[in-house]
Design a protein. Structure first.
Length: 277
């Protein structure tokens, strides 16, 4: 009797259809060209917002001794047109982007937070509630901690501020303490990466978040809503986080929202956690 076997080609296909779990850590891929939020967002008109600079391509999470290194790769070289070092001596060497890495570390429905941080205008389903979020921001640690303390409310203790952030080409590299995440990242954890634009002078309710408006402006994204009921998000991980083109539709579905006539949210965007099978 012939024994069933899996060809090398079939094995390669299976491995390509799931986020990769390696001895060195976790890896997630996002398709190119989906930096449009729910589908219609467009970049500001100012030339500093170069094409692809908010286009999430890859997230890697690796444990290195007592630290965890998080790499976020985008679709364009990450630049510092506003010279973040001029804002503060501890500026992180980039100006435009901000990335939030949400982690469901216990996998227990309803355990954790279901709201994203202020200024995102999105949430999570109860089964995807998160316990930690790493914020990768142009501002140094002291400014970021101050913003979190003032605006994050009950979520503040769950926010992890990196001990170090640096830029390498198209990649942001953040280092955090492993104990700050509650332990070594595991394949069983849920992961979501939210890419948005940093705002150095945000609304008093928003945590360094640049808003999306109906029409694009010099420093405003367009394609959204002038009220605060649309997700201020350019790109996320979606689907199986394998980089498949079909994941663009998954992102549009997750970030879909409805605003009432009075600007009140009728249906807010719901961010999915990506879980390794």
């Amino acid at each position: 009797m012939r024994r069933p076997f899996l060809s090398l080609a079939a094995l390669a296909l299976c491995l390509s259809l799931a986020p990769r779990v390696q001895s060195a850590g976790l890896s997630y891929v996002d398709p190119a060209g989906d930096d449009f939020g729910p589908g219609a967002y467009v970049y500001p008109t100012n030339a500093v917002y170069t094409p692809g600079s908010f286009d999430l391509r890859k997230v890697e999470v690796k444990t290195r001794g007592g630290n965890v290194e998080i790499k976020v790769t985008l679709g364009a070289v990450i630049e510092d047109p506003w010279n973040s070092k001029d804002w503060t001596p501890s500026g992180n060497g980039f100006s435009l982007q901000m990335v939030q890495i949400y982690l469901d570390t216990d996998g227990k429905p309803g355990s954790g937070h279901t709201d994203a941080l202020p200024g995102i205008n999105a949430g999570f389903a109860p089964e995807d509630a998160w316990e930690r979020v790493v914020v990768i921001s142009p501002q140094g640690a002291s400014r970021l901690r101050s913003e979190v303390a003032a605006k994050a409310g009950s979520m503040a203790k769950s926010v992890v501020v990196p001990t170090k952030v640096k830029v390498r080409g198209k990649t942001l590299i953040a280092t955090v303490k492993k104990k700050a995440l509650g332990g070594k990242p595991k394949a069983s954890w849920g992961v979501q990466a939210v890419v948005q634009s940093n705002e150095g002078f945000p609304d008093k309710r928003d945590l360094l978040s640049r808003r999306v408006n109906e029409y694009a402006g010099d420093h405003r994204f367009g394609g959204g809503n002038d009220w605060s009921c649309d997700p201020h998000v350019l790109d996320i991980l979606a689907g199986g986080a394998t980089g498949a083109d079909a994941e663009k539709a998954s992102q549009k579905s997750a970030l879909a929202y409805t605003c009432g006539d009075d600007g009140v949210s009728v249906k807010r965007a719901t961010l999915p956690m990506i879980r390794t099978p």
